[in-house]
Write a protein that binds this ligand. Structure first.
Ligand SMILES: C[S@@+](CC[C@H](N)C(=O)[O-])C[C@H]1O[C@@H](n2cnc3c(N)ncnc32)[C@H](O)[C@@H]1O
Length: 212
């Protein structure tokens, strides 16, 4: 494990195949889902929390981007000019130093969501905004069961095809790990301004959070 938690260990193994696999598994929609979050953010200085290989970078426009990720193998492939190896639970930045925070497909991998939300709130300036894009299960028990059966079949097969069966079986299980976004973010340190759903059966969510 090299001192890494499971969500980090998984990504060190698949860094080079990560973007291609995502594109295939989301039918090319994963960047549009990221954009739905980025388009709601103000200009200025942006923290990409769990930035990985920098797949979102082109969509940030002329914002000043700081890319943060705990896995050096992922960050090494990220073309951002400012890259920081660290975890979301303990951000090495001053209070109020960002206009916005963006985080896509990261929250299922965090060790502590409350700590990370508290840290996002701390580094945002008053009035600053954060968007979180995440994968989960569709609303409604029937849709969730259908989706669960689908990912149980498709994700290990897709993973095996690229030599990453273990990692993509982890992805299948991690989709059940968290409560829906309304519950995840409601009552937290940041105010929930909007929650929207995307993708087949709405299994992708976006959340817009504001620091008051
Ligand atoms: C599914 S990838 C998403 C990468 C990128 N945001 C994207 O949209 O392609 C999840 C990323 O979260 C990172 N990660 C895992 N644990 C983390 C933590 N505690 N804090 C911040 N990032 C973390 C992983 O290293 C990985 O790069």
């Amino acid at each position: 494990m090299n001192g890494r938690v499971p969500g980090q260990e998984v990504f060190s193994g698949i860094a080079r195949r990560y973007d291609t696999l995502n594109r295939i598994l989301s039918f090319g929609r994963e960047q549009a889902w990221r954009r739905s979050g980025i388009d709601r953010l103000p200009p200025g200085k942006l923290l990409d929390l769990g930035a990985g290989t920098g797949a979102a970078l082109a969509a940030f426009g002329d914002r000043r981007v700081v890319a943060l990720d705990p896995v050096p193998e992922m960050l090494a492939l990220n073309p951002a000019s400012v890259r920081v190896v660290a975890v979301g639970e303990e951000l090495p930045f001053a209070d109020g130093s960002f206009d916005s925070v963006f985080s896509a497909y990261v929250f299922r991998n965090l060790t502590s969501i409350p700590d990370t939300l508290r840290e996002i709130g701390r580094v945002l300036r008053p009035g600053g905004k954060a968007t979180v894009i995440g994968l989960g299960r569709p609303r409604g028990s029937l849709a969730a069961s259908v989706h669960r059966a689908g990912t149980a079949l498709v994700l290990p097969l897709a993973g095996a095809a690229v030599g990453a069966r273990r990692e993509y079986t982890y992805l299948h299980h991690s989709l059940d790990k968290l409560p829906p976004p309304e519950e995840l973010f409601g009552g937290g340190p940041l105010q929930v301004e909007d929650i929207w759903r995307m993708g087949p059966l709405g299994f992708v969510y976006g959340a817009l959070l504001v620091k008051r």
